[in-house]
Design a protein around this ligand. Structure first.
Ligand code: R5P
Length: 307
């Protein structure tokens, strides 16, 4: 007898997946991935349930994407009627246009692949810019782009913060997050201007340096990859006379060794959500994700449409 709902996960997501499953009162299984000497992979899933949820945060995504497509094939063949992908960090969202002639629009390709393999995608603070609605990325399936900002705001309220803090985003794309968090905490915010020179090199200009002089700054962004943006913004804030700079990000994609560069740039602390397992994790997302998945427990079998 096939179970109604189960949660399976890629090995890298096991800890967070277990916390979500406990909240939902369902079982978890870890998807096994064997890598052959030539780099090909073999994927083995656990027993399918009618609704099978897969948790896989998609940092370092290339192998994980292929593993998900293989897992989807195995689960559908084993009787899964509805497949839900929980990808707290959703990869390839930044390339949402061909910025130079000949470039592929990877957001569109990855959106199409995952739409074919899953019935619903749940993610957090997806990097959407020119595509404003997550449902445009995943045509024909359910898609939810949750925000980590309520979780972060609640945690900051619990621990307390300097009421004279200014929230700063490093670029115009961060404005959605910084304005949301600032509104929740009743703090002022500003978004800097960023010019990207290369993968690891950016220039940051503060629109109003006086607004941060002598103030505590909370530097907020959706993701940190090379760390170049965060470090450059911290240097600009130090030059403008900020009293302290602490950083909060949703997706920590950077190698932990980058923390030394952040410290040299004057960043006092870096905290991230549990979207990607990382030493800076400080804000747990399992309650937010479990709440979003609650409706899967009551998912009804589709009725026969024939009269
Ligand atoms: C870009 O708009 C993003 O929000 C981040 O600011 C950016 O991707 C961070 O990348 P990096 O850490 O490599 O500078």
């Amino acid at each position: 007898m096939i179970k109604p709902v189960v949660l399976q996960c890629l090995p890298s997501s096991a800890a967070e997946a277990r916390r979500i499953a406990v909240r939902l009162g369902i079982e978890t299984d870890e998807i096994a991935i064997h890598t052959f000497p030539d780099g090909e992979i073999r994927v083995a899933v656990g027993p399918a349930a009618s609704v099978t949820i897969i948790h896989a945060s998609l940092d370092w995504p290339n192998d994980k994407l292929l593993a998900l497509l293989f897992a989807s094939e195995a689960l559908r063949r084993s009787g899964a009627r509805r497949l839900v992908l929980v990808a707290p960090y959703l990869c390839y969202m930044r390339q949402d246009a061909a910025f130079r002639p000949g470039e592929a629009i990877s957001q569109r390709v990855v959106g199409g692949l995952l739409s074919d393999a899953f019935d619903r995608i749940v993610t957090i603070d997806a990097h959407l810019h020119r595509t404003t609605d997550i449902r445009e990325v995943f045509p024909g399936i359910d898609a939810d782009n949750l925000s980590a900002m309520p979780v972060i705001a609640e945690a900051l309220r619990m621990t307390g913060f300097d009421p004279a803090t200014v929230i700063v985003g490093p670029d115009s794309e961060s404005e959605a997050w910084v304005s949301d968090l600032a509104g929740r905490l009743g703090l002022p915010y500003l978004a800097a201007r960023k010019t990207r020179r290369g993968d690891r090199s950016v220039d940051i200009e503060l629109p109003d340096p006086d607004a941060v002089a002598g103030r505590s700054v909370l530097l907020v962004d959706d993701l940190v990859s090379s760390g170049g943006t965060l470090a450059a913004c911290a240097r600009a804030l130090a030059a403008a006379g900020a009293k302290t700079v602490d950083a909060i990000i949703t997706h920590a994609l950077f190698p932990p060794a980058t923390m030394d560069e952040f410290a040299r740039a004057g960043i006092r602390s870096v905290r991230s959500t549990s979207s990607v397992s990382h030493p800076t994790n400080a804000f747990a997302l399992d309650a937010l994700l479990a709440a979003a998945l609650q409706n899967e427990l009551g998912w009804a079998e589709p009725k026969d449409s024939n009269p």
